[in-house]
Structures are given as C-alpha cells and as structure tokens.
Design a protein around this ligand. Structure first.
Ligand SMILES: [Zn+2]
Length: 88
C-alpha cells in the first residue's frame, strides 16, 4: 500500500514537473517572440531607418533641405557648394 502511494505521489510530481517545464518553455518562446518584435520596432525607429531627416535652411538662399544634403561652413548650412562659396 505504501509503495502504491509513493508511485502515485511520484507520478503526481512527475506530472507537475512536466507541467512546469512546459510552462517555462512557453514563457521562453513568448519572451523570445516579444523580444524579436521589439527589436524590429527599434530597427524601424532607429536613425538608420527611414526617420524624417532634420531640415536646415540655406544661409544664402533660404531653401530648406535635408541636413545630409547640405554643405556646412563655419556652423552655417548651404544648399550647394556654389552658395557656400558665394556667401564668403
Ligand atoms: Zn542656397
């Protein structure tokens, strides 16, 4: 009788252990999936992505253009090299 009880208890324990392992695996998969989703969102929001670029005004003609397309001289932005040289 005692032996039957021990096997019953150990079977219960085994079932619980399996359940715990299953829950841990599910949680890990969920966390991994969520982490991947967050990473792709960060990629989308990162400056390397398609963020609207800062617009700067040409110090010579006043045209607004993305900062990466501007020519810089003494802290002032110009839309092209001609305007940079013209505004000496
Ligand atoms: Zn200009």
């Amino acid at each position: 009788m005692a032996g039957a009880r021990i096997t019953f208890l150990s079977r219960c324990f085994m079932r619980q252990a399996l359940l715990i392992v299953f829950v841990i695996i599910v949680l890990m998969l969920l966390r991994k999936g969520r982490g991947r989703a967050r990473r792709t969102k960060e990629d989308r929001d990162s400056p390397a992505g398609h963020l609207p670029e800062r617009m700067v005004e040409c110090a010579f003609c006043g045209v607004n253009s993305p900062v990466s397309e501007n020519v810089r001289k003494l802290g002032r932005y110009y839309c092209c090299e001609q305007h940079r040289d013209a505004d000496a």
